[in-house]
Design a binder for this molecule. Structure first.
Ligand SMILES: *[C@@H]1O[C@H](CO)[C@@H](O)[C@H](O)[C@H]1NC(C)=O
Ligand SMILES: *[C@@H]1O[C@H](CO)[C@@H](O)[C@H](O)[C@H]1NC(C)=O
Length: 363
């Protein structure tokens, strides 16, 4: 007999009671279960519907089945769920109130489905949700306020969808969001105000989109971005003050593969902590005066059109004092063509700007 100690006795009575009432206290068909149904694993077993699981279940893994949609109240008997895995379930639609009752859910994995329709109210009740993974779907549009129940949302993964624009109100309520991943969408426009609700973002990935101008107005409310990726958006220039509102925090910036031709002189105004800067595969000839190299430890510059004149002397000076001496080939003037910046004699005799006496707020 198992019911020997008081603890186990309690457990057994509970299970017995549920059995009498006919509640879904058995491991669902085709699934395996551990720890008194706390973990229910139905990975790749050919399910066509969401199985009934009891309130005792904390983790439900339904990956790689053919479930198609999440109807209203699909999990209403499973109020104890903390982690729900539904990757590769051929999901197309999430109905309103699909997760009704899941007030303890922290992790929700919906990646690699075919979701194109998330109905308003779909995420109601998900007040504890912290991690939401929606990458690899076909989401083209998000309703205003769709994430508003998720006051604890920390990470939102929306890579590889079909988002075309961000409008104000999309992120209303998700005030604690820190990581927002939207690489590989079709974003052309981040409208002013569209990121105002998520001013505490630390990581923002926007690479592999279709923006042709830097979204200054949308970015200007962000305060603490540490990592920004914009690679593979084709834009010709980066304007003044692009990163100013979060410049003291920004450590990583990816501006590779963008066809960039130039930076405005004040593009890097306010950027004081940058460690990693990626500018490879552009058409840059020069770097702006506002870029200070002092904190940089990882710089990529290859495949540009560097003009090796005194305007690049600060870069060369950084290379001479740095452990890494990245690849950067001069394209002009003719006497320097084909030479590496690190080896070129073009910088002999360049007057180097005197160092500022002290970092401070005075200009
Ligand atoms: C160099 O960069 C251009 C874009 O500016 C890109 O089209 C080309 O493929 C790159 N070449 C190499 C060898 O990566
Ligand atoms: C430099 O940054 C790139 C891109 O983030 C990374 O892959 C690489 O490992 C970094 N290199 C060093 C030496 O930190």
């Amino acid at each position: 007999m198992r019911c020997v100690s008081w603890l186990l006795l309690g457990n057994c009575l509970l299970v017995l009671g549920r059995a009498v009432l006919g509640a879904p206290n058995q491991c669902p068909n085709l699934c395996h279960c551990h720890g008194d149904l706390q973990h229910v694993i139905c990975d790749s077993v050919g399910l066509k519907r969401i199985p009934r699981v009891s309130e005792a279940t904390r983790l439900l893994n339904l990956q790689r089945n053919n479930i198609g949609s999440i109807p209203t109240g699909a999990f209403s008997e499973s109020k104890g769920l903390i982690s729900l895995h539904m990757q590769q379930c051929q999901l197309k639609e999430i109905e309103s109130q699909a997760f009704k009752g899941l007030k303890k859910l922290v992790y929700l994995y919906l990646s690699n489905n075919e979701i194109n329709n998330i109905r308003p109210g779909a995420f109601d009740d998900l007040t504890e949700l912290t991690y939401l993974h929606l990458d690899g779907n076909q989401i083209g549009d998000l309703t205003k306020g769709i994430f508003s129940p998720m006051v604890n949302l920390f990470i939102l993964q929306l890579n590889d969808n079909r988002l075309r624009e961000l409008r104000p109100g999309i992120f209303t309520g998700a005030k604690d969001l820190r990581w927002l991943h939207m690489s590989g969408n079709e974003l052309t426009t981040l409208h002013p105000g569209s990121l105002d609700d998520v001013e505490n973002l630390a990581i923002l990935h926007l690479d592999r989109n279709k923006m042709s101008t830097y979204p200054s107005a949308a970015m200007s409310k962000l305060r603490v971005v540490e990592e920004l990726t914009l690679g593979r958006n084709l834009m010709r220039t980066i304007p003044d003050n692009a990163f100013q509102s979060f410049g003291r925090y920004m450590e990583k910036l990816h501006l590779d593969n963008m066809n960039l031709e130039r930076f405005s002189d004040g593009a890097f105004t306010g950027v004081t902590a940058i460690k990693s800067l990626h500018l490879d595969n552009n058409k840059l000839r020069s770097l702006p005066k506002s870029l200070e190299f002092g904190t940089i430890t990882n710089l990529t510059l290859s495949n540009n059109s560097w003009s090796c004149t005194c305007q690049l002397a600060p870069l060369r000076r950084w290379m001479d004092s740095s452990r890494s001496r990245p690849d950067a080939v001069c394209v002009s003037p003719p006497s320097q063509k084909g030479k590496q910046v690190r080896d070129s004699n073009a910088f002999i005799g360049c007057r180097v700007k005197a160092k500022r006496a002290k970092k401070g707020t005075r200009q």
